[in-house]
Design a protein around this ligand. Structure first.
Ligand code: DC
Length: 220
């Protein structure tokens, strides 16, 4: 079987990365978490106090985003530093949502993502993978789940990390982020016409993976 590109898009906290990682392992493919790339740039802007768009665009040539494998897990790097432990907070997530609306930031990362997919054999997750990064991807999945289910998942993750989140605030954040991700002028989150929609609100992880492995196996 020749290798394909799998594009996985969907709302925040609908389990994209868990699914993408599991599918990459199943397929023997490389996994790329593009949200982590936007988060790494967001972290750079927070650390350097960059808030206005022009300053962020001017800083792009000084930013290098990459990935390293640590004990088999993919960690994102920012100018060579493993920043995986710093990017999964609400603050960085919100900043990532803001900076990802900047056209130049998107062009900067999309070019790198397209390069990563040149040899195929890749599972990439994000918001614009099936629409902009790889419009010709052989398999496109669009994941959704209700805002309440996604807020609960994010809440549980934060609790697990030792944070003390407020559920209403987490839900409001999920709704705000959905709004921003779907209403921005540049590459808004939308389902590609040829994407397969998987609503996992009422599916166990196993049920969901079986559905997705079956779609992938059609390319065998
Ligand atoms: O998937 P995530 O929550 O880690 O993504 C963080 C933010 O980055 C999210 O608000 C939207 C943005 N993003 C994007 O615009 N395009 C992508 N391909 C991936 C993420």
């Amino acid at each position: 079987m020749s290798k394909i590109i799998v594009a996985i898009d969907g709302y925040s906290s609908c389990g994209k990365s868990t699914i993408a990682k599991a599918l990459a392992k199943y397929a023997g493919y490389t996994y790329v978490d593009t949200g982590a790339m936007y988060r790494a740039i967001a972290l750079f802007t927070l650390r350097n106090g960059l808030t206005d768009e022009a300053a962020i665009i001017a800083a792009l040539p000084q930013i290098e985003v990459g990935f390293v494998l640590v004990d088999g897990a993919q960690h994102v790097t920012l100018n060579g530093e493993d920043v995986e432990g710093h990017i999964r907070t609400l603050e960085v997530g919100n900043r990532a949502s803001q900076i990802s609306a900047i056209k130049e930031v998107r062009a900067f990362l999309v070019a790198q993502q397209q390069k990563m997919g040149e040899a195929k054999g890749i599972v990439m997750d994000g918001r614009d993978i099936g629409t902009v990064v790889f419009p010709k991807a052989e398999l496109k999945l669009f994941l959704t789940a209700s805002p309440e289910v996604r807020a609960q998942r994010r809440y549980d993750e934060l609790v697990e990390k030792g944070e003390k989140p407020d559920f209403a605030a987490v839900l409001a954040d999920v709704n705000d982020r959905d709004y921003r991700d779907t209403h921005r002028a540049e590459s808004p989150l939308r389902q590609a016409e040829d994407a397969i929609v998987v609503d996992n609100s009422n599916m166990t992880r196993e049920e969901q993976m079986q559905v997705i492995y079956d779609y992938f196996d059609r390319f065998k």
